[in-house]
Design a protein around this ligand. Structure first.
Ligand code: GTP
Ligand code: MG
Length: 181
């Protein structure tokens, strides 16, 4: 079995549900009360790639969204392989903020970084953001798009499996290019 490791940063405004998403992904649980993240939290999720003997280890950096931690966030988003930009489907301003979060990621990594835009809290049933708008925004930045509920656990695994698969495919592609040299 081979293990591929990759670094994934999770950003977005405070209370959009970044920590809830990571907890659902890694521990399959959900906590209703809000505990703001201070600076960041670090977790690992192993994702087996179907029909292969490969496991992708996602090294997840859940960055604090509260503005007081902004200067720390600048350092945390450097040298990453993937980004997950999270907004709250009931709060349109949190989608608008993703533009500047992504600018920060581009600045910290010398250009585009692959990844996803995730609209969270679909279980609340009162989305104030049109899916097409968020999807168009994601496409304009070359990112994938998912709508999920950390509360119900819907689509959470699928979103991160997409990142693992993208990492695996990019690795395979590099290996086959090297073999041709
Ligand atoms: N209904 C619902 N509530 C959610 C969902 N995800 C998170 N929440 C709630 O939203 C609040 C904020 O969630 P967090 O995960 O702490 O938010 P965060 O983005 O990590 O916030 P910071 O750490 O401050 O950046 C908590 O009360 C969560 O229980 C969801 O999918 N549905
Ligand atoms: Mg948090």
């Amino acid at each position: 079995m081979s293990i591929l490791r990759t670094k994934v940063v999770i950003v977005g405004d405070a209370t959009v549900g970044k920590t809830a998403i990571v907890n659902q992904l890694v521990h399959q649980n959900f906590i209703n009360s809000y505990q703001m993240t201070q600076a960041c939290e670090y977790k690992i999720k192993e994702v087996p790639i179907e029909d292969t003997k490969t496991v992708v280890e996602l090294h997840l950096i859940d960055v604090a969204g509260q503005k007081i931690f902004n200067s720390i966030a600048i350092d945390l988003i450097k040298d990453v392989n993937f980004c997950v930009l999270v907004y709250d489907v009931t709060q349109p301003t949190t989608l608008d903020s993703l533009q500047s979060w992504y600018e920060g990621i581009r600045d910290g990594n010398g250009g585009d970084v692959p990844g996803l835009i995730i609209g969270n809290k679909t279980d609340l049933g009162r989305s104030a953001v049109k899916s097409e708008d968020a999807q168009g925004f994601a496409e304009s930045m070359g990112l994938g798009f998912f709508e999920i509920s950390a509360n119900r656990g819907q689509e959470v695994e699928d979103a991160f499996a997409a990142i693992a698969k993208q990492h695996y495919e990019a690795y395979e592609e590099r290996v086959s290019q090297l073999k041709q040299l």
